[in-house]
Design a protein around this ligand. Structure first.
Ligand code: ADP
Ligand code: ADP
Length: 228
């Protein structure tokens, strides 16, 4: 589903954030992206949803070149992706229901479908009874569930999660991982950048390790650090 060929990214200030990165990610896979701060993980993610363009190389998403894609086709690309952030990024003045519905409104989902789909997705993330609360009335774990509901509501092919458990205690983090795994098992590809060693080591999924802008390790059932 995703192919990167010899991708590099040099920012305008001369910083080389990625160097000669080639990876292939199959549909339905679960991939951890690990590496120290400044390694290039966020850049990798930004290239995928075309927030940045590479300086060299090729990126194919679902058969289409992100390099050649015109700006007018970027919204359509992003509709096929849901993003989850460490800091949730919910709209504070909207209820749980409205936060999730908003993601459908911006892609012009019909009102009838929104009324039907949002409660389904809230049930799926375990927040069926909290639809009318505001983000500040929820725990961190619940806020992250809302943001996951928002990410999946338009049924994307890919979920990109940037440090989704970074603000959560270990137990809550585990619940969020169970939810992401559940979504993955239903067929959605997940790419998750993380520093959560315990999570990566317990899940034994594919691990792509980036250091200094290069892929230094890519293992099918990997761990957070290279095993001795
Ligand atoms: P990570 O997510 O692994 O911490 P990043 O992709 O954010 O790494 O950063 C990789 C390198 O690129 C770092 O040296 C960072 O300072 C630099 N960088 C990131 N974004 C920009 C930018 N917009 N302009 C210039 N340099 C950047
Ligand atoms: P089950 O197999 O447990 O009955 P379903 O596949 O019927 O579950 O899905 C239950 C809910 O989750 C429905 O609202 C469905 O639209 C939603 N759903 C299922 N798969 C995904 C997915 N990959 N991404 C987002 N939502 C999904």
């Amino acid at each position: 589903m995703i192919q990167m060929f010899n991708v590099s990214k040099t920012y305008s200030n001369g910083v080389k954030a990625l160097l000669d990165v080639s990876v292939r990610i199959q549909k339905g896979s679960f991939v951890f992206l690990v590496g120290p701060s400044g390694a290039g993980k966020s850049t990798f993610i930004k290239l995928l949803f075309r927030e940045e363009r590479p300086s060299g190389g090729q990126i194919i998403f679902n058969g289409r070149s992100l390099i050649r894609m015109r700006d007018k086709d970027v919204p359509h690309l992003r509709r096929q992706m849901g993003v989850v952030f460490q800091d949730f990024r919910l709209l504070p003045k909207k209820t749980v229901f409205e936060n999730v519905a908003f993601a459908m409104e911006v892609v012009e989902g019909p009102v009838k479908k929104i009324r039907q789909r949002v409660p389904q997705v809230l049930d799926m993330v375990g927040l069926g009874s909290k639809a009318n609360l505001y983000p500040h009335q929820l725990s961190g774990g619940e806020q992250q569930r809302v943001s996951i509901a928002r990410a999946i509501v338009n049924d994307p092919m890919l979920i990109i999660a940037d440090e989704p458990t970074g603000n959560l205690d270990p137990e809550t983090a585990k619940e969020i991982m169970d939810l992401l795994l559940d979504i993955n098992r239903r067929g959605t590809t997940i790419i998750m950048a993380t520093h959560a060693r315990d999570i990566v080591d317990s899940m034994r999924q594919r691990v792509i390790a980036i250091e200094g802008g290069r892929v230094v390790r890519d293992e099918e059932r990997g761990s957070y650090e290279k095993e001795k």
